[in-house]
Design a binder for this molecule. Structure first.
Ligand code: BES
Ligand code: MN
Ligand code: ZN
Length: 495
C-alpha cells in the first residue's frame, strides 16, 4: 500500500472513493460540508431521513453522487463532536478501512487529518496508516488457495488547508513502522515447524542484505559454549533444532555514539519442556518468539527511516522441548555472568535465555537496554490484552517508554521492581532459582532479569498479553514495534 498527502477540494478529487466524516447529531465535518454543497445537500438529506446517524465508527457508502468527481463517497460516523478519545479515533479509522476493503476501490482519499477524529494531524496519520496496513494484512500464505490480496493500493491523506509542516516526515516514518509490523506479524504467525531459530537467523541475515546500515552475525551453540552461556544452552538441550544467538548492528550515526540494545525473546516453540504445559491452546506457544520478531521489525523500520542513532538487536533463539536430554527440574546451571541458577520449572525458560543475552548485550557498551518478551502468563492476568507490562531499573527510562507508548497508541503500564520481591528467588543450592511462586509472577520474572542488568539503564517489556490475539481473531499484532520505533525516533529528536 502506498500513501501520500495532498491538499485539495473533496468534490474535485478524482478518486475511487472519497472519505469524509459526519458527527453524531448531524453536524458535518468541514470536508463533508463541501461535499454537501457540491451535491446539492445530498448528505443533509440522508441525515434528515435518518440514513446516517454519525455514530462513531458507523459507515455509509454512496455511489456516483452527482456533483462529486470521486466514484464513491464513504461517510464515516465520528460520534459526538468533542467526545472523541484515543479509542474512538482508532475505532473510526479501523471501521473506515474495513469499509474500504469491502469495496473494489483501488485508491481512496481520506479527509481525516483536519478537524475530524479529535486528535492532532500527526496522531491521526500514524493511526490511519497502521489501520490501513492492518486491514490489508493476510495470514493465509499457507492455505492452498490464499484469499485475493487487498485491492486497495493507494491512500491519499487529503487536506482542505495546507498540510502541517512535518506531516510528510511523520507519514514516511509511519509507513516504515507499518512495514516493520508486517514483518513482525508474519514471523509471529508462521508455525513452529517453519519459523525455527535457523529461520529467524536467515531473516536477520536477509535484513542485513537489504540494508547496508545493518550488520548481522549469528553465533552457534559451540560459540555460546565458549562464552559460558550455560543458562541459554540449558533451554535448547531437549531440541533437535540448533539454537542461534543473532545480533543485528544498525549504525545510523557516528560509531562512537553508544547504542540502544533491543533484546528479544526468541523461543520458536515453548512446550514448557519437562515441566510440560497443558495441551489446550499450546499451539499459541509458536508466538513465544514475538519479542524476537519485534526486534527484527523495529530494526527494519529504523533502517528504512535511516534513523540517526545506533541500535543493536540481540535475539537468543531456540525451542523449549522435552526429551531424554532435556534439562530437568532441579538442575543447576551457570550463566554467562557467573551466577548459578537452580531451574525449578523448565517452563520459566524465557528468563534463562534472556539473562545470558542481557549479559552479552553488555559487550556493546549500551547506553540503554530494552528487552521484549512474551515472558509470563501472569502479565496477561494482571493487564489483559490492552497494555504491555513495563518494568525498569531507571524511572526516567520508564517515563520515556510510557510517553512513547501513548504517542504511538501502543501502550505500556509500569509495575514495580522493588527489591522486596528479590528474596522470592532465593535458592538453597544455587545463587537463585528461576521461579518466584505464583504471586506477582511478572514482577519476580523481571526481578530475575534485574540481577543481570545492573551495569546499564534497562527496561523490560512483557508482551505476553499484547503480541498476539487468541480465538477467532487469532493472529500476531505486530506490537510493540510502534512503541519501540517511537521511542527510538524520540531519542533522535531530543524529545
Ligand atoms: N511463554 C510463557 C509465557 C506465556 C504464557 C505467554 C501464556 C503468553 C501466554 C513462559 O515461558 C512461561 O511459560 N511462563 C511461565 C512461568 C512460570 C512457570 C513461572 C508462566 O507464565 O506460566
Ligand atoms: Mn515457558
Ligand atoms: Zn516461554
Amino acid at each position: 500500500m502506498e500513501f501520500s498527502i495532498k491538499q485539495g477540494s473533496p468534490e474535485k478529487l478524482h478518486s475511487a472513493c472519497v472519505v469524509v466524516g459526519v458527527f453524531e447529531g448531524g453536524k458535518l465535518s468541514a470536508a463533508a460540508q463541501v461535499l454537501d454543497k457540491a451535491s446539492r445537500h445530498h448528505l443533509s438529506d440522508l441525515i434528515a431521513r435518518g440514513d446516517l446517524s454519525g455514530k462513531a465508527a458507523s459507515t455509509l457508502l454512496l455511489h456516483k453522487v452527482s456533483g462529486i468527481a470521486a466514484e464513491r463517497v464513504l461517510l464515516v460516523g465520528l460520534g459526538k463532536a468533542g467526545e472523541q478519545n484515543n479509542k474512538t479515533s482508532v475505532d473510526i479509522l479501523r471501521a473506515t478501512f474495513k469499509a474500504l476493503q469491502d469495496t473494489p476501490a483501488k485508491d481512496a482519499a481520506l479527509y481525516c487529518a483536519d478537524d475530524t477524529v479529535g486528535k492532532d494531524a500527526a496522531w491521526v496519520i500514524r493511526q490511519a496508516v497502521l489501520a490501513a496496513a492492518e486491514s490489508g494484512y493476510r495470514a493465509d500464505s499457507l492455505k492452498s488457495k490464499p484469499a485475493k490480496p487487498s485491492t486497495l493500493k493507494h491512500i491519499t491523506f487529503a487536506t482542505l488547508d495546507k498540510p502541517a509542516a512535518g506531516l510528510k516526515a511523520t507519514l514516511d516514518q509511519t509507513v516504515a513502522i507499518a512495514h516493520g509490523m508486517e514483518l513482525t506479524r508474519t514471523l509471529g504467525d508462521l508455525p513452529g515447524n517453519i519459523c525455527t531459530p535457523t529461520y529467524l537467523a536467515a531473516k536477520a541475515l536477509a535484513l542485513a542484505k537489504a540494508h547496508k546500515s545493518i550488520k548481522t552475525t549469528v553465533l552457534e551453540e559451540k560459540d555460546m559454549q565458549k562464552l559460558g552461556m550455560g543458562s541459554f544452552l540449558s533451554v535448547t538441550r531437549g531440541s533437535e533444532q540448533p539454537a542461534k544467538l543473532i545480533t543485528l548492528e544498525y549504525q545510523g550515526t557516528d560509531k562512537k555514539q553508544k547504542p540502544v540494545a533491543l533484546v528479544g525473546k526468541g523461543i520458536t516453540f515453548d512446550s514448557g519442556g519437562i515441566s510440560l504445559k497443558p495441551g489446550a491452546e499450546m499451539d499459541e506457544m509458536k508466538y513465544d518468539m514475538c519479542g524476537a520478531a519485534s526486534v527484527l521489525g523495529t530494526m527494519q523500520a529504523i533502517a528504512e527511516m535511516g534513523l540517526k542513532l545506533n541500535v543493536v538487536g540481540i535475539i537468543p533463539a531456540c525451542e523449549n522441548l522435552p526429551s531424554g536430554s532435556a534439562t530437568k527440574p532441579g538442575d543447576i546451571v551457570t550463566s554467562m555472568s557467573g551466577q548459578t541458577i537452580e531451574i525449578l520449572n523448565t517452563d520459566a525458560e524465557g528468563r534463562l535465555i534472556l539473562c545470558d543475552a542481557l549479559t552479552y548485550a553488555g559487550k556493546f557498551k549500551p547506553d540503554t537496554v530494552i528487552d521484549i518478551a512474551t515472558l509470563t502468563g501472569a502479565c496477561v492476568i494482571a493487564l489483559g490484552h490492552v497494555v504491555s507490562g513495563l518494568l525498569s531499573n531507571q524511572d526516567d527510562l520508564a517515563q520515556e517508554l510510557l510517553a512513547a507508548g501513548e504517542q504511538a497508541h501502543d501502550r505500556v503500564w509500569q509495575l514495580p521492581l522493588y527489591d522486596d520481591y528479590q528474596p522470592l528467588l532465593d535458592s538453597n543450592f544455587a545463587d537463585m532459582q528461576n521461579i518466584g511462586g505464583r504471586a506477582g509472577g511478572t514482577i519476580t520474572a523481571a526481578c530475575f532479569l534485574a540481577r543481570f542488568t545492573k551495569d546499564y539503564r534497562w527496561a523490560h517489556l512483557d508482551i505476553a498479553g499484547t503480541a498476539w490475539k487468541s480465538g477467532k481473531e487469532k493472529g500476531a499484532t505486530g506490537r510493540p514495534v510502534p512503541l519501540l520505533a517511537q521511542y527510538l525516533i524520540n531519542r533522535t529528536s531530543g524529545k
